[in-house]
Design a protein around this ligand. Structure first.
Ligand code: SAM
Length: 268
């Protein structure tokens, strides 16, 4: 299997969106993504490699194996890592649900923005846990679209965001999975589970974040489901257009955007 039904698709715009997302959120999400030198780390669902770069740069003394189910994404990830002359990462095509590794062969596992696309996130965590050594750590980072709000408020903008949540649910995913990380990690028998909310707040005093997060990450993600939202009859064209206009309106001088990511860590 080369591809999955993935809400954001595998387009060029999605590649750019993921890169913007990773760039603008690097410090917030990854200032503590640091492992002891000598560790062997599995990155599940590396996509185009935009988190892999951070993982590799912050952990130069670690060996990183990054897997994804999509060959196309892996090709882009390989070329990105080569361009950056990073040498401690190896890529491999693999399915999280059928991992081609010996049990207990990794010191740590890292997964970012993947569980939200899977119909059975707990099963994915069990599969990843099998290849994790005893006392190894599992790190999971996810967003939660229910945590989004903006100023000025707009009913139509909210309806557009709800379309994104529904389209993802139709594809078997869960755009609200961030709030479930604690129960998911407990349910899959990890110990010492801790979850920290990572809030992104954007106003125009941070023009970089207005571009990279509000516009190029969040609004781009919502705009990406237009066809499905209209096609499934979730919203009418007029409401959609007003909602998207209002989302951009919240990126203007007096507008604000808020969104919370969740980072969970548990020990096997
Ligand atoms: C939203 S992307 C995130 C990519 C990357 N972690 C990031 O943060 O930029 C989700 C990735 O999970 C991959 N994926 C989905 N299901 C998978 C599975 N069963 N096994 C491996 N990878 C999977 C998709 O191909 C996609 O590249």
């Amino acid at each position: 299997m080369n591809k999955i039904a993935y809400v954001h698709g595998y387009s060029e715009r999605e590649t750019i969106r993921l890169a913007d997302q990773a760039g603008s959120l690097r410090e917030l999400l990854h200032h503590d993504t640091v492992y002891p030198p000598g560790s062997k780390i599995l990155e599940g669902g590396c996509g185009t490699g935009v988190q892999t770069i951070t993982l590799a740069r912050q952990n130069p003394g670690c060996e990183i194996i990054s897997i994804d189910i999509s060959q196309d994404s892996l090709r882009q990830a390989r070329s990105l890592i080569e361009k950056e002359t990073i040498a401690n990462v190896a890529f491999r095509q693999a399915d999280i649900f059928a991992l081609p590794f010996t049990e207990e062969s990794f010191d740590h596992v890292f997964v970012c923005f993947v569980l939200e696309h899977l119909p059975s996130p707990a099963e994915a965590l069990y599969c990843l846990k099998k290849v994790l050594k005893a006392a190894g750590s599992m790190t999971v980072i996810e967003g939660d679209h229910g945590s989004w709000y903006c100023y000025p408020e707009s009913r139509e903008a909210r309806l557009c965001v709800e379309c994104l949540i529904k389209v993802q649910a139709n594809l078997g995913g869960n755009a609200l999975v961030g709030r479930q990380l604690y129960p998911l990690l407990r349910e899959t028998d990890f110990r010492n589970v801790s979850v920290s909310p990572r809030m992104v707040y954007v106003d125009t005093s941070k023009p970089g974040l207005v571009e990279s997060f509000s516009k190029n990450t969040f609004i781009a993600m919502v705009e990406g489901v237009k066809e499905q939202a209209l096609g499934f009859g979730m919203i009418d064209e007029k409401t959609w257009q007003k909602g998207i206009r209002d989302l951009y309106r919240a990126t203007e001088e007096d507008g604000t955007f808020s969104y919370t990511f969740y980072k969970g860590v548990g020990i096997k």
